[in-house]
Design a protein around this ligand. Structure first.
Ligand code: HEC
Length: 275
């Protein structure tokens, strides 16, 4: 093969790899930014896969660069030789210059490898503040779906696919549900006044005991009596109007139940803020 053809092929390969590297770098920065690996796909590849492609392309660029250096090796050696003043004669043997050039290149690569290796540090602060992740799924079910009171919504509705948050911590009774119910229900269902034998702070009142049937069936909001009460589907019960909740709170209750109705007793407030 002629030398110029070879050079052209190498230049073409270099251009392809280099453009590929830029394109995948763009993908990793804009369409699939950090944190989207578990939740998003581009052309059915995850961010992690694109990162691997990016890395292989850059290795390709490196390989072509070395090939390029190798093909120009004798020119490089002569140039270095003349610069160092080792010889004025272009025909002279350039062994010494060749060794020096190789050593310098290897030294630079070795130094780079060493510096990157020793510079890796563990992160002292975690990357993603957990606060944002917790609030996001709850607040994404606003009252702009008034119809949602009539039909049970699947859990998936609470985490739309556009959300760039990997996974929200589960909804927990004392942390998430109780504060919303307290303002609407506590005045009739607290320790001071307990209408209908139901108290907001008693676990057995929700999940049933020997005397009482369960109001909440974990992972089954459709069959849970509590949900039909707050949706106003029991007009015959006393103070029926006082039992209706806004759609936003109904969605939260439903999500809590369908996620397993998590109830951590240690999270209960020490003193009930009963009126
Ligand atoms: C104005 C007072 C009042 C408010 C506010 C109120 N309730 Fe009631 N609740 C009652 C009364 C009275 C009963 C008894 C109804 C009956 O037995 O017919 C009752 C009964 C219940 C029962 C028992 C139903 C059964 O079949 O066992 C539950 C559960 C309940 N309420 C939940 C709630 C929830 C949740 C809220 C807040 C959204 C709430 N209540 C707000 C007065 C109230």
């Amino acid at each position: 093969m002629k030398r110029t053809t070879l050079n052209q092929i190498i230049d073409l390969l270099a251009a392809v790899f280099f453009l590929g590297m830029i394109a995948t770098g763009y993908i990793l920065y804009f369409p699939l930014p950090p944190g989207t690996n578990k939740s998003h796909l581009l052309w059915s590849l995850t961010r992690h896969r694109w990162g691997e492609i990016h890395a292989w392309l850059s290795l390709g660029v490196l390989a072509i660069l070395f090939l390029h250096l190798a093909l120009h090796w004798s020119w490089i050696v002569v140039a270095v030789s003349q610069r160092l003043g080792l010889t004025r004669d272009p025909q002279a043997k350039h062994l010494k210059s060749g060794i020096i050039t190789t050593l310098v290149l290897l030294g630079i690569l070795g130094a780079f490898a060493w510096i990157t290796q020793v510079s890796v540090k563990e992160q002292t602060t975690p990357c993603c503040p957990p606060k944002q992740r917790r609030k996001a799924p709850i607040s994404t079910t606003p009252s702009r779906h008034p119809s949602s009171t009539a039909t049970p919504q699947p859990r998936a509705r609470l985490t739309p696919p556009t959300q760039r948050v990997p996974a929200a911590p589960p909804i927990e009774y004392w942390k998430d549900v109780y504060p919303r119910l307290a303002s609407a229900c506590l005045r009739c269902h607290g320790p001071n006044k307990t209408r209908g034998g139901f108290r907001l702070d008693r676990r057995e009142d929700y999940f049933g005991s020997n005397e009482n049937a369960a109001l909440v069936l974990p992972r089954n909001s459709a069959q849970s009596p509590l949900l039909s009460i707050v949706k106003g589907e029991r007009p015959s019960m006393a103070a029926a109007e006082a039992h209706k909740l806004p759609p936003r709170d109904i969605d939260l209750l439903r999500a809590w139940i369908d996620a397993g109705a998590l109830w951590s007793q240690h999270a209960a407030p020490k003193k009930q803020d009963a009126p």
